[in-house]
Each structure stands twice: as C-alpha cells, then as structure tokens.
Design a protein around this ligand. Structure first.
Ligand code: FES
Length: 123
C-alpha cells in the first residue's frame, strides 16, 4: 500500500491508574484507536486516504485521549468514541473538528482544561 494523505497518531501510552497527569490508555485510547481504524476502513479510506496508527506519549497527557493528525499538525484532545464519526467526516471533507482541537494553553498542564476521568480497569 502506498503513502496515505493523512496519518492519525492515537496515543495509547499507559501509566498506572491514579498517576497525576494520567495517560491516554486509562481513558480509553486503545478502544478509540480500534474504532478509528474500523471507521476509516468502513468508509473506504484506509488504502489511500488515512491510516490510524498507535503512538507512544505525545506529551499532552492531561488532555488525553489525544490524536495527532499528520501532516496537518492538528492535535485533538479528550477524544471519545462518540467523536469518531465526526473526525472521519472532517477527514473526508478536508476540514477539522474545531471543538476537539487543542489550543496553545492545552500543551501546558498548568493552563490546560480539566482531565477526563479514567475508565475503570477491565477484568
Ligand atoms: S499519555 Fe497520551 S499524550 Fe502522554
């Protein structure tokens, strides 16, 4: 398969539950990556348009789950499963989901908005 137009890097880094800055995996990032990958494939975008990849920490842990869109340079934060269709709609239209975009203040834990709660451990 050739190079796609865009790559989604979904941080799936995991830290122990209760770590102050948290981590994307404890807020559902693994399921989010699976859902994005499935939706991209279902829309027929996977082979040419968009590849949904996993990533290690993107240094915006407090805003997790975080998705970086390359080469656009966009960071989406506090992304939920329910956001997947809207993100894919935007990818198809060549637009962005403004309400999910992280602004400059979100890249500093001191000025970032509130963290999402961690999900209960599986099992
Ligand atoms: S753990 Fe996801 S950005 Fe750091």
């Amino acid at each position: 398969m050739g190079q796609r137009k865009r790559y989604l890097f979904v941080c799936v880094n995991r830290r122990p539950p209760g770590t102050p800055k948290g981590s994307c995996a404890t807020r559902g990032a693994e399921a989010l990556h699976a859902a994005l990958k499935a939706e991209v494939a279902a829309r027929g975008l996977a082979k040419t348009e968009v590849r949904a990849c996993t990533s290690s920490c993107l240094d915006v842990c407090w805003a997790g789950p975080v998705v970086h869109v390359s080469p656009d340079g966009t960071f989406y934060g506090r992304v939920q499963l329910a956001d997947v269709p809207e993100i894919c709609d935007a990818l198809q239209k060549g637009t962005e989901v403004e309400r999910l975009k992280l602004g400059p203040g979100e890249f500093d834990a001191e000025t970032a908005g509130p963290q999402l709660p961690e999900l209960p451990p599986e099992g």
